[in-house]
Design a binder for this molecule. Structure first.
Ligand SMILES: C[S@@+](CC[C@H](N)C(=O)[O-])C[C@H]1O[C@@H](n2cnc3c(N)ncnc32)[C@H](O)[C@@H]1O
Ligand SMILES: [Zn+2]
Length: 308
């Protein structure tokens, strides 16, 4: 397995196109997020691996200041002006989820959707996540479910015992999200594995919700997005905790004893060196670490804090 960060900038790939004929899947994910976030509010919110801000409409009206963080600077540059027009409180930042450029206890909430399959060092990621979130903050984690119904049937027919193993399963990645086979990781997870590792990192699971129950090509062809969305809503209510669908969302709460920093801080006040986590001094389009002296550049209004 490669240990490199997945870099979508390296492919000739526009992720917005992936969603052009996936209205049902997009609606299904919005149903879960709208429900999980319905009573939430706060100061700072972060969408980790948020790409072009597909999910900004689920949180940007609830939290005062929001960040879409992604490693793909190209995607951020192309889409930031479009999202900002609708949601001026959303800021795009290029950075690595393993090494985020924020001070401890900066955020009241966050989410990660369709990204954990690229995260090979899960414990390192969840430790970093827990550092930047405040005590009691809300965090939503989506992951690709290894033991979904189709996979179980397939395994039974082939008498394959792979699904009994709780470790992540590497999927073949040819043409998935623009990748060439083998050059990115695409992990499916056993729900027990994700829950265990999150709890070890002081992230308490509050609720689970299966999603995309009807992600089957023939249904999509026959039923159309509106009817599928309606049926999805019913299935989500009837079978919230089932491990049948291909995607699972966990609503979690951060549980740590750190003292929370006051809310209502500016972006410059929460930013820190992604490498050594020390404070930064700011010029107009440059930030320099007061400790390791690394510098970081802002262009097209987007900070580039990417480090490996
Ligand atoms: C399949 S897309 C999902 C985008 C978005 N969350 C959504 O659901 O529409 C995966 C995104 O994760 C980003 N990503 C993968 N690994 C990352 C990392 N280590 N740090 C930051 N972003 C990462 C990629 O650049 C890509 O934009
Ligand atoms: Zn530094």
């Amino acid at each position: 397995m490669s240990k490199k960060v997945v870099n979508y900038d390296g492919y000739d790939y526009d992720y917005t196109q992936y969603w052009k004929d996936r209205e049902y899947e997009n609606n299904a994910e919005h149903l879960v997020l709208d429900d999980f976030l319905k009573d939430e509010q706060g100061s700072w919110f972060i969408d980790i691996g948020g790409s072009y801000g597909r999910l900004a409409d689920t949180y940007a009206n609830k939290f005062e200041k929001c960040i879409v963080l992604d490693y793909s600077l190209k995607t951020l540059k192309a889409n930031s002006p479009i999202v900002k027009e609708k949601f001026p409180n959303v800021t795009f930042i290029a950075a690595n989820a393993y090494k985020m450029p924020f001070k401890a206890n900066s955020f009241d909430g966050g989410l990660m959707v369709r990204v954990l399959h690229h995260i090979e060092r899960q414990k390192e990621y969840f430790t970093e996540l827990s550092r930047i979130l405040k005590d009691d903050s809300i965090y939503i984690q989506e992951f690709a479910n290894k033991i979904h119904l189709k996979a179980r049937i397939r395994a039974l027919l082939k008498r394959d015992t792979t699904l009994l193993d709780k470790n992540p399963l590497q999927q073949p990645t040819i043409n998935m999200e623009g990748s060439r086979d083998g050059d990115v990781s695409f992990l499916n997870y056993h729900p027990e594995y994700v829950k265990k590792i999150m709890e070890e990192c002081k992230i308490e699971i509050e609720e689970a919700q299966g999603c995309s129950y009807l992600r089957i090509p023939i249904f999509k062809k026959l039923l159309g997005a509106n009817l599928l969305t309606l049926l999805e809503e019913i299935l989500q209510r009837l079978l919230p905790h089932s491990n049948i669908p291909p995607s699972i969302f966990l609503k979690t709460e951060i549980d740590k004893e750190d003292e929370n920093t006051p809310s209502h801080q500016t972006l410059q006040q929460i930013l820190a060196c992604p490498k050594c986590k020390n404070s930064l001094r700011f010029g107009e389009n440059v930030a320099v670490c007061n400790n390791c002296q690394r510098d970081y550049i802002k262009s097209n209004n987007i900070w580039d804090f990417r480090v490996e």
